[in-house]
Write a protein that binds this ligand. Structure first.
Ligand code: SF4
Ligand code: SF4
Length: 336
């Protein structure tokens, strides 16, 4: 059947390392999830980046390594780190806000950098810039064009909030115009700025709003030849719930050495591991993995604790649906 979204189950033997090499950024997006109180303000040295990557490298396990910040291109040694990551055997991605500092496109190549992802939260400056900053839309789209022209495998990330949900459908024509073939739709998480201050830009959409709009836009994009990935969020009746913390390998690494397995936990000091003196050490005491084991009717435990507004109950107090793991994705692969 054409253009049907498939749930991408957690794959055994696959690993993702989300590597925040610094927390500094030139922007101050309304929904930024970086929390400097929890993740510090450090910028890893060139040597630390290589040492820490080595902790996750494996000849046996296919590992995706995603360079993040802050804004990772502000790190003067990012191009060097990309080349080293490739030597380690990682599939390498950079997630950028679009500013591409330090001449990244001139210092690396599409052979070394497997994917280059840009973030935009609106199909034009009127929608995007109030969320991400004045002038950001123009800079980002210009750099997307440059990256596509240079042959990089470019994708685009759109974080859905109440402020921009209704503009999502217009992203399809923008992606076509920019010749971007991969589209990631994200749901806003109540972390960092979003948890600290409520506003339209930082508000999550309801289940109805999400289901009315996101799958339809994804199908339309797929019809136009765009590969779309978006979070499952709401499990269908009878669908099995799985916590990635129990069945998958994801590491969210921060420059203060904290390593989480669940992104929803990142505002709290309950990380599973700490990198100290070049070693990845498990942390003792009550940790995020103690929550992964809990089996509740609402699905994701951390969602219930941190984002209970996403849940609905019937008159008997029974959960109407389960919230999936935030790392569970739906994918539509275009057939042409
Ligand atoms: S969301 Fe990303 S681009 Fe925006 S301020 Fe935070 S780190 Fe910077
Ligand atoms: S989001 Fe929920 S289900 Fe996913 S890893 Fe975290 S606690 Fe587990």
């Amino acid at each position: 059947m054409k253009n049907v979204a498939k749930t991408v189950g957690f794959k055994e033997g696959e690993r993702n390392v989300f590597f925040h090499i610094l927390t500094a950024c030139n922007l101050s997006c309304k929904h930024c999830y970086i929390n400097k109180e929890q993740h510090g303000t450090a910028q890893l040295s060139k040597e630390q980046i290589v040492e820490w990557m080595g902790l996750f490298a494996s000849e046996k396990t296919k590992t995706n390594l995603i360079f993040l910040g802050g804004e990772p291109t502000m790190h003067p040694n990012l191009a060097y780190a990309i080349a080293k990551a490739k030597d380690f055997g990682f599939t390498v991605t950079v997630d950028s806000n679009g500013f591409l500092f330090n001449n990244l496109l001139e210092k690396t190549t599409p052979k070394l950098l497997d994917y280059l992802s840009f973030s935009l939260d609106g199909p034009d400056a009127e929608v995007n810039d109030p969320i991400r900053g004045s002038g950001v839309f123009d800079v980002c789209t210009e750099n997307i064009k440059r990256a596509v022209t240079k042959g990089f495998n470019v994708s685009l990330i759109y974080t859905v909030s109440r402020k921009n949900l209704l503009h999502l459908e217009r992203m399809v024509s923008l992606l076509q115009k920019l010749k971007v073939k991969k589209f990631f739709i994200q749901v806003i998480g109540l972390r960092g700025n979003s948890a600290a201050a409520a506003s339209e830009e930082t508000s999550q959409v309801t289940r109805k709003e999400w289901l009315d709009i996101v799958p339809e836009v994804a199908r339309n994009a797929a019809k136009k030849g765009i590969h779309v990935t978006y979070p499952k969020v709401f499990l269908d009746e009878g669908e099995q719930f799985q916590c990635a913390g129990n069945v998958a390998e994801n590491y969210f690494v921060f420059p203060n050495g904290r390593v989480y397995q669940c992104p929803l936990c990142e505002d709290h000091p309950i990380h599973s591991f700490q990198i100290e003196n070049g070693k990845l050490n498990p942390v003792a005491g009550l940790r995020e993995n103690d929550f992964f084991r809990l089996d509740i009717a609402e699905g994701c435990v951390m969602n219930k604790l941190l984002q209970p507004d996403t849940l609905e109950y019937d008159d008997q107090g029974k959960a109407k649906y389960k919230i999936s793991c935030c790392l569970l994705k739906q994918e539509i692969v275009p057939e042409n």
